[in-house]
Design a binder for this molecule. Structure first.
Ligand code: HEC
Length: 151
C-alpha cells in the first residue's frame, strides 16, 4: 500500500513537472529534467524534515515567532547566502543577526541530520512560501559544510 502511494506520488510529480513548465523562469526551464524531478523529490522530503525539525520554532508557515524565532518565508538573510544557511541548519547559531530589518539574538541548536537531509530541507525552505532559490544540491551542501566557519 505504501509502495503504491509512493508510485502514485511519483507519477503525480512527473506530471506536475510537465504541466506549466513554460511559465517557469528561464533559469528553471534550463534545469535538466533529471534536476526538475530531483527538485520535486527534495521538496517532498524536505517538507517532512521541516515538519519534524524546524516547524516547532519557525512555524509551519515559515513566518517565525515574534522576536524569538526569525522568519524563513521571504527571509533576506536566508536567501542571500545558502552556504551560511546550510551551516546554521547543521551546526546551529547563536549570535546577533538581522532578518528583514529585525534583530534577533537567540540560540538555534544544531540538527542531527545528514548533508542530504540538509540539502532537502534547504530546497524545501528555499522554494516554499514564495521563496525561489531553486534546487540546492547535496554536492554543494557537502562543500559548504566542510567549510563552515561558525556562525
Ligand atoms: C529551537 C528552535 C529552533 C529550531 C528547532 C530551528 N531553528 Fe532555525 N533559528 C532559530 C533561532 C532562534 C534562530 C536565530 C539565531 C540567532 O539569533 O542567531 C534561527 C535561525 C535560522 C536561520 C537563519 C535566519 C533566517 O531566518 O533566515 C535559518 C535559515 C534557520 N534558522 C533554519 C532552520 C531550519 C531549516 C531548521 C530545521 C532543520 C531550524 N532552523 C530549526 C530557532 C530554531
Amino acid at each position: 500500500m505504501k509502495k503504491l502511494a509512493y508510485t502514485l506520488l511519483f507519477g503525480l510529480l512527473i506530471s506536475a513537472c510537465g504541466g506549466g513548465a513554460e511559465e517557469k523562469s528561464e533559469e528553471k526551464s534550463s534545469l535538466s529534467s533529471r534536476d526538475e524531478i530531483r527538485l520535486k523529490q527534495y521538496q517532498v522530503q524536505g517538507a517532512k524534515i521541516y515538519a519534524t525539525y524546524c516547524a516547532n520554532c519557525h512555524q509551519q508557515d515559515g513566518k517565525g515567532l515574534a522576536s524569538l524565532y526569525p522568519p524563513l518565508a521571504g527571509s533576506d538573510y536566508l536567501l542571500e547566502d545558502m552556504a551560511r544557511a546550510a551551516c546554521i541548519i547543521k551546526n546551529g547559531q547563536s549570535k546577533e543577526i538581522v532578518v528583514n530589518g529585525v534583530t534577533y539574538n537567540q540560540m538555534m541548536p544544531g540538527n542531527p541530520i545528514t548533508n542530504l537531509e540538509v540539502a532537502e530541507v534547504l530546497t524545501y525552505i528555499g522554494n516554499a512560501w514564495g521563496n525561489e532559490a531553486g534546487l540546492i544540491g547535496v554536492k554543494d551542501v557537502d562543500k559548504w559544510i566542510d567549510a563552515c566557519e561558525g556562525y
